[in-house]
Design a binder for this molecule. Structure first.
Ligand SMILES: NC(=O)c1ccc[n+]([C@@H]2O[C@H](COP(=O)([O-])OP(=O)(O)OC[C@H]3O[C@@H](n4cnc5c(N)ncnc54)[C@H](OP(=O)(O)O)[C@@H]3O)[C@@H](O)[C@H]2O)c1
Length: 260
């Protein structure tokens, strides 16, 4: 784990201190740019120290009031306590946590290799649940704040072509639903973010990816939800809510025949 700290000259900003877990993701990058322009304070966690350093400089130049970074592989649950310890020590009054990391392997590879399958479940669900549990206890004790995590519309129904990724995201959505109920009495908000396909490095190899939602639009929706602490479940862009409602209601006898 590598830790660096730098900050620009402080100026008045709306009080919001955000921890981003998976700060180099295409969606997170756009969220952070927009938050930097609003003068927010950020603590970024991602794997690459070099990309974090570049990101730190870029976000400070765009107006972020403070940018701290931690380099760590978030799938390694044994590192979580150290990461969380650093956050508590250096950014103790953070009020928002956004979990943005994830990976989508080729489904056929996951079918052929148990190791790949377990890695995909770990990065998208097991490690995410472990990390969120650490942050949840802290916010619950302070009786404030917001936890948000990016799952996916892929978690709303198991499909032939991506059910390994989809089941991990579906498990994460269910975990967040229970966590929301647990933290509600403490006044802590939990937001489940379900994007449809977005133009990022995760999808740029897919057919028709140029038609996917631009990350700027998805980032705007996510920031609005973080500011409002609502809705509990955000579909972005918005039309995925009615689309997935229809998809979820298709009878299984029909759905299992659909080749997608
Ligand atoms: N793009 C879509 O269509 C779409 C749709 C629905 C949901 N999502 C979800 O949105 C989130 C962001 O994805 P994205 O679209 O922005 O894709 P992306 O640009 O490929 O971002 C994925 C990020 O996860 C990070 N990551 C993967 N494994 C990690 C690990 N072990 N430790 C730390 N970081 C790790 C990657 O880090 P590196 O930079 O080091 O590789 C990368 O920054 C993901 O949870 C994804 O599942 C995406």
């Amino acid at each position: 784990m590598t830790i660096t700290m730098r900050s620009s000259t402080p100026h008045i900003a709306r009080m919001q201190k955000i921890v981003v877990l998976g700060a180099t993701s295409g969606i997170a990058l756009e969220i952070q740019r927009q938050l930097a322009r609003q003068g927010r304070e950020l603590l970024l966690v991602a794997r690459s120290p070099q990309r974090l350093s570049e990101l730190q400089s870029d976000l400070l130049a765009r107006g972020a009031q403070q940018v701290l970074t931690v380099a760590a592989d978030l799938a390694q649950v044994q590192h979580h306590a150290d990461i969380f310890g650093f956050v508590r020590q250096s950014f103790p009054d953070f009020d928002t946590v956004l979990l943005a990391y994830g990976a989508m392997e080729d489904q056929k590879t996951s079918e052929a290799s148990i190791d790949v399958l377990l890695d995909e479940l770990n990065v998208n669900f097991v490690s995410a649940a472990a990390l969120l549990t650490l942050f949840a206890a802290d916010l619950e004790q302070r009786r404030t704040g917001c936890l948000a995590a990016i799952t996916s519309v892929a978690g709303d129904r198991g499909r032939r072509s991506n059910y390994v990724y989809g089941s991990a995201k579906g498990a994460l959505s269910l975990f967040l639903q229970g966590l929301r109920s647990r933290l509600h009495p403490a006044g802590v908000t939990v937001i489940t973010i379900k994007p449809g396909p977005v133009q990022t490095p995760m999808t740029d190899h897919l057919a028709n990816s140029s038609r996917f939602a631009p990350p700027e639009r998805v980032a705007r929706d996510i920031i609005r939800a973080l500011n409002r602490r609502s809705p509990d479940v955000l579909y972005t862009p918005w039309f995925w809510r009615p689309v997935m409602s229809a998809v979820r209601h298709l009878p299984e006898t029909l759905f299992k025949r659909l080749a997608f």
